[in-house]
Design a protein around this ligand. Structure first.
Ligand code: ATP
Ligand code: MG
Length: 440
C-alpha cells in the first residue's frame, strides 16, 4: 500500500484539505491495526505503528506512555516509545517525562477522562494552568491523547503533539485514532494472558511430574517403613536387639518420616485434588487455622492478627486457602529464626484509576491478605525467583522450594494477584489479593 503524502501541507483550513486529512488518518488507522494484528509482541509493532500514525496525521510527535505505580502507590507515566517528524525535538530521553505522578503532578483531570474512556484533546493554551508548564516545555501547541486499555486495566496512553501550529481534531479523526488505541490495548492484553497461561502451564506440567514421582516414591517409602517395623519386631522377639542398635533404627524411622512428609508436600503441590471452591470469609478461615499457626510459629514469634470490618467474601477452595496460609506462615517463621513479629491483616481495597493501589491491581474490589514479618528479608536476586518451583535457599531437609509456587498457583487459579516487598535484614511482606464477591 502506498504511504500517504504529508497531509497538513496546503491550506489547512480548506474543505478539500480537511477531507484529504481525514482520509489519510483513516487509511493510517487501517494500516496500523493491520500491523498490530501481525506482530506477536507490542514492542515489535510499536515503532511502526507510531510512524504510520505520525505520517497519517501530520503531527509533530506521536508517543506511547505506560502507567506504573511508584513505591508510594501513586500512578505514574513513563514514556516508552516515540516517533518525531523531521526537525522536531525528540522527548524520549527527557527525564522530566519519566515517572510523572498523574494526580500529584497535576494531571488528575486526564485520569478522570481516561476513566470514562475519553481522550484529552485541545490547545494547550486552553488547558488548566497546572498542566501547561510541562507541555509548553516540549513546544506543544495542541495535543490529542487517547487512553490504552488492556482489558479493564488502564495500561497506557498514546499521544499526538502538534508543535508547528495549533491543530483542530475532527470528531471522526478522534474516533478513528481511538480504534487504533483499542487495537493496541487488545494486543497488550492478549500478550499478558498468553504469558500468564504459559506460566500456569509450566507449573501444571511440573506439578504432574512431581505428583507422579511423589506417588511412586511414596510406595517405596511405605515398603521401607513397613520392613523396618517388621525387622524391629523380629529382633525384639528373638531378644536380639542390642541397645546400641535402637538409636540406629530410630534414625532410619525418622528419615523415613521426613521422606513421607516431603512426598506429601509434593502431592499437595501437584494438586491432584479437584478444586472445590466456596464463598469464604478469609478472616474466619484465618481464625480457624490459628491453633495450627500458633503451633507452627512457636513461642519466639509474636502473632498479630487483624481485619478491617465488613470485608467481602472470596471464591476459593478452603483447603487450598489453608495451604496458602500455612506456607506463608512457615516461610515467615523460617525467616525469623531468632524471633520477631508476624502480622496478618485482612482488608478490603477498591482499586480505581484515581487511587490506584501500589500493586497495579485492575479496577475493582479486592480482598487483601497481607503477611508481614520482621525476619531476614531477601536480596532482589532471591525475590525474583521465589515463585519458581523448587527454588529454595534452605537446606534439603528444611525446604523443597514448593511453598510459594503452590501459593502462586492457588492465588492465580482464583483470579487473584500476589505482590511482595522485602528489605534485606528487616523483613518481608506478602500481599495477596483475591477478587471480592459482591455482598449478598
Ligand atoms: N517471609 C520470607 N522471608 C524471607 N525469605 C523468604 C520468605 N518467604 C520465602 N522466602 C524465600 O523464598 C524461598 C522460596 O520459598 P518457598 O516457600 O517456595 O520454598 P521453601 O520455603 O524454601 O521450601 P518449602 O516451602 O517447599 O518447604 C525460600 O527458600 C526463601 O529464600
Ligand atoms: Mg516455604
Amino acid at each position: 500500500m502506498a504511504e500517504s503524502p504529508e497531509p497538513t501541507r496546503g491550506n489547512p483550513g480548506s474543505t478539500a484539505e480537511l477531507l484529504r486529512r481525514r482520509d489519510a488518518i483513516l487509511g493510517g488507522v487501517a494500516r496500523a491495526t493491520e500491523r498490530i494484528s501481525q506482530a506477536s509482541h507490542w514492542r515489535d509493532f510499536m515503532n511502526d505503528v507510531l510512524r504510520i500514525a505520525g505520517e497519517a496525521t501530520g503531527v509533530s510527535r506521536v508517543y506511547v506512555f505506560d502507567f506504573r505505580h511508584n513505591e508510594r502507590g501513586a500512578l505514574c507515566v513513563y514514556q516508552i516509545g516515540e516517533w518525531v517528524a523531521q526537525g522536531v525535538s525528540p522527548q524520549i530521553d527527557n527525564p522530566d517525562l519519566q515517572g510523572i505522578e498523574m494526580v500529584g503532578g497535576g494531571f488528575g483531570r486526564w485520569l478522570e477522562h481516561f476513566e470514562r474512556g475519553e481522550p484529552i484533546v485541545g490547545d494547550i493554551a486552553d488547558f488548566p494552568p497546572e498542566e501547561q508548564p510541562i507541555l509548553e516545555a516540549q513546544q506543544i501547541l495542541s495535543l490529542l491523547v487517547q487512553p490504552i486499555y488492556a482489558g479493564p486495566r488502564l495500561w497506557g496512553m498514546v499521544g499526538f503533539d502538534a508543535c508547528e501550529r495549533p491543530q483542530h481534531w475532527e470528531k471522526v479523526e478522534v474516533d478513528a485514532l481511538r480504534i487504533a488505541a483499542v487495537a493496541f490495548g487488545a494486543a497488550v492484553q492478549r500478550e499478558e494472558r498468553e504469558a500468564m497461561l504459559q506460566a500456569m502451564q509450566r507449573l501444571e506440567s511440573l506439578g504432574r511430574m512431581a505428583g507422579g514421582i511423589a506417588h511412586d516414591f511414596n510406595n517405596v517409602l511405605t515398603v521401607a517403613s513397613g520392613s523396618v517395623e517388621l525387622l524391629l519386631d523380629s529382633l525384639r522377639q528373638r531378644g536380639a536387639l542390642a541397645s546400641t542398635d535402637l538409636p540406629l533404627v530410630e534414625a532410619i524411622q525418622q528419615a523415613l518420616t521426613q521422606g513421607t512428609g516431603l512426598t506429601r508436600r509434593l502431592l499437595q503441590f501437584s494438586r491432584q485434588r479437584e478444586d472445590q471452591p466456596q464463598d469464604v470469609d478469609v478472616f474466619d478461615s484465618l481464625r480457624g487455622a490459628m491453633p495450627l499457626i500458633r503451633q507452627l510459629v512457636g513461642r519466639g514469634v509474636q502473632l498479630d492478627l487483624s481485619s478491617a470490618p465488613n470485608v467481602p467474601k472470596v471464591r476459593i477452595d478452603p483447603v487450598q486457602l489453608e495451604q496458602v496460609l500455612l506456607n506463608l506462615v512457615v516461610n515467615a517463621r523460617d525467616a525469623m529464626s531468632s524471633g520477631g513479629t508476624l502480622s496478618i491483616r485482612v482488608d478490603s481495597v477498591e482499586s480505581t484509576l484515581q487511587n490506584g493501589t501500589a500493586d497495579s491491581l485492575p479496577v475493582g474490589r479486592w480482598v487483601k491478605l497481607a503477611f508481614r514479618d520482621t525476619g531476614c528479608g531477601m536480596t532482589s536476586e532471591v525475590r525474583e525467583r521465589i515463585f519458581e518451583p523448587f527454588f529454595t535457599t534452605k537446606s534439603a531437609d528444611r525446604g523443597t522450594g514448593l511453598g510459594l509456587s503452590t501459593v502462586f498457583a492457588v492465588v492465580n487459579g482464583c483470579g487473584g494477584r500476589i505482590a511482595v516487598s522485602s528489605t534485606l535484614g528487616s523483613g518481608s511482606e506478602f500481599r495477596l489479593y483475591f477478587p471480592a464477591l459482591a455482598r449478598a
